[in-house]
Design a protein around this ligand. Sequence first.
Ligand code: NCD
Length: 320
Amino acid sequence: MIKINDNFKNQDILSIDQFSQKSLAKLFSVTKRMAKIGRNARPSFLLKGNIATLLFYEPSTRTFSSFSAAMKQLGGETLEITDPQNTSSYVKGESFEDTIKVLEAYCDIIVIRHPEEGSAKKAAEIAKFVPVINAGDGAGDHPTQALLDLYTIYEKFGRVNNLIGVIAGDALYGRGFRSLLKGLSIYKDNTVYLLTPKQLRLRREDFTELKNRGLKLIEIHDSKDIPKNAHFWYWTRIQKERFKNKSDYEKIKNSNFIVDKKLMREKAGKNMILMHVLPRVGEILPEVDEDTRAVYLRSQIRNGMYVRMALLALILGKAK
Ligand code: NCD
């Protein structure tokens, strides 16, 4: 896995493990500039003449739209292919290899989401002329989600070290869940409470790997064990589509941990933030949305676009 230290130009972004504190500091400083552009009414032409292909084999609302908006905010264009299983030559039997080789001829960068773990890496190996960004590969990685989550934490606390977090939901199949954990392990002195159903706890090899990197992990299975001093909570849904056996999903879907006003009153500190990877399917009740600590439909969303603007500009060599 190629590390990004100072040089983002033409790099594939396949995993959050490619990042270091240094590259994240750089990305965050460009993200701050992008937030100004995003809020400014005047158009930017930073990526004028650039085309990004968004190739999405899985459904998406935020990742897709924020990449699309990020290109357009900077004067770039997009080639958008959603549901290629039904709309592209895939239907006629075209191989993944050929699809990638053809698409790279039309654009400057490919952003891919795919149900299979490792597929973004495969696309990057096939694409010889343009970089590839992983927008989620099955239960694998979701690096840009982790980047926006880390940025949201950084924006709030001015640091990403020495923090206490609670991450809840699906640690087994949730790529956002695990990518954020890996991201937090890049920094020192972080503690994360993992609130999951027992059947969806973190894979043991991930658990050991993260511990070895210095991340303190505490597994809990009941919301009564949530600590009161957490800086952030991060909720995720149970990944129904990743279950081989649907009855296994039915058995645990109700063990999800629901955030309501009562839980916020009992366990959430005054200065914490409540995040969600989204989509939510009942894990946070709408009654919590008005709470100013709830950032999932506020800064977390906007930051998703700003971070992707920064990443695109850096990879396409238009920002330093
Ligand atoms: C997530 C995903 O697709 O991995 N959504 C997202 O990108 N924000 C999480 C999910 O689907 O639960």
